[in-house]
Design a protein around this ligand. Structure first.
Ligand code: 5GP
Length: 205
């Protein structure tokens, strides 16, 4: 793997935790930070743009990418396939950008094993199951059966949160954004990061 200059962050959350909203604000606020655009076989929601929200593809196209080893990680989530392009993440990191991988818990497990250095992991928690369901219903983009599946899966996803380094409760949006931004700046300032592998070591130490 190429020398990474940027940092990778994994952000996972159950559906309805408000991850999309929080990350949009974090990305607008933090320079040098970008979002990895995943591939998915899920149909676009109203307002989603191909190449920006996701690279939308068929199952056949997805399976070809899997066979060619093009994914850094991939998983089936809520009945659809999702995957992260290895090349595009490597390119962004090599350019010195910090990259957020907005992926599920199965994907997080895979990248933790495959990336060196491993990504920083953040889990976003909804304030309660009731609030999560309310947010999912308010979005009203999913059919009732899909919504039910997402709620069932949420319980399993919540059980894995202790595997993550950082937990952020998304009760108040501005507070959650502030915490994620703080985590990113703290990770950027870590001693091991500034003193190792940097092109120009700090003060020649
Ligand atoms: P949604 O369909 O709501 O956009 O995403 C559903 C779930 O798939 C979320 O938990 C989201 O984080 C996850 N997801 C999105 N992209 C990827 C990906 O590239 N890999 C994996 N493993 N999960 C993803």
């Amino acid at each position: 793997m190429t020398m990474n200059k940027g940092l990778a962050f994994v952000v996972s959350a159950p559906s309805g935790a408000g991850k999309g909203t929080v990350l949009a604000e974090v990305l607008a606020e933090v320079p040098g930070l970008t979002l990895s655009v995943s591939h998915t076989t899920r149909a676009p929601r109203p307002g989603e743009v191909d190449g920006i929200s996701y690279h939308f593809c068929t199952r056949g196209q997805f399976q070809t990418l899997v066979r060619h080893g093009d994914f850094l990680e991939w998983a089936e989530v809520h009945g659809n396939m999702y995957g992260t392009s290895r090349l595009s993440v490597e390119k962004l990191l090599a350019e010195g950008l910090d990259v957020i991988l907005e992926i599920d818990v199965q994907g997080a497990e895979q990248v933790l094993r495959r990336m060196n250095p491993p990504p920083v992991t953040i889990f976003l928690i909804p304030p309660s199951l009731a609030e999560m369901e309310r947010r999912l219903r308010a979005r009203a983009t999913e059919a009732e059966n899909v919504l039910a599946l997402r709620l069932v899966n949420a319980a399993a996803e919540m059980r894995t949160m202790s595997d993550y380094e950082y937990l952020v409760v998304n009760d108040r949006l501005d507070e959650a954004v502030r915490q994620v931004v703080a985590i990113i700046y703290a990770e950027r300032a870590k001693k091991r990061r500034l003193l190792s592998g940097a092109p120009a070591p700090l003060w020649g130490v």
